[in-house]
Design a protein around this ligand. Sequence first.
Ligand code: LIP
Length: 257
Amino acid sequence: MLNQICAIAREAGKIILDASPEKQVEKKSSRHDLVTYYDKFIQDYIQIRLKSLCFEASFQGEEGINSSSGNGMRFIVDPIDGTANFIRGMNRSCVSIALYDGELGEIGVVYNPYLNELFCAQRGQGAALNGKPIHASDVKIEDALVEFGTSPYQPSLYDLTFRIARAAMDLCMDVRRAGSAALDICDVAAGRGDIFFECSLAPWDFAAGAIIAREAGCMVCNMRGEPLNTESKSSVFVSNKYCFSPFLALLEQLPDI
Ligand code: LIP
């Protein structure tokens, strides 16, 4: 099943690369929350392909499809994570596909077609990038690179987000905001970054990356240090083992968490 989901992610990634410059952009919940013809087309494509793999599983995608599950298995899919990057040609977007058995993450696949980088993991089998094992870094907090998201669909979180980022500049080495939560989480899984946080993400943004990061040896939870729940929006905190406690202590000092 893992290899078949990886193949579907690659097929979807090719659609991203072949996309026309005219992307037919629409606004969803706000002027920050954008969707293109390709988000919808790729989601439909992935749903059809996944149904052929596991007909009984439910399908939850960013573009509004939810179907009931006959066996407790759930596909959670972001057809294009980093849609704003995709629209502007920033070449940092990905396809994110996760398979959960209830709340147990079984398979996570994140594919960046621009770099031809396929991150994947299966529960208990470790995580890989293009077939080679990946592991969280052993970087200490003072040298840590912190990747974060700005929850742009929720303006009430902007002040908190940038208070955390500002505090991270004193505690850590530097911060990065690159526009795709799934790829940011996979960076931490691969040891390219050391910490990721975002005050609010939808399940499809983090579901696959959470499995990959966990299997790569990262600590994966919400920003209160509690287990992640893929049933609803959640804050997300991913860290290597050395940075987890000091960064969680920073988060706990901020009353709005
Ligand atoms: C995006 C995330 C990003 C987050 C945005 C948005 P989308 O996913 O990857 O980190 O800050 O709010 O959720 O909407 O491009 O699939």
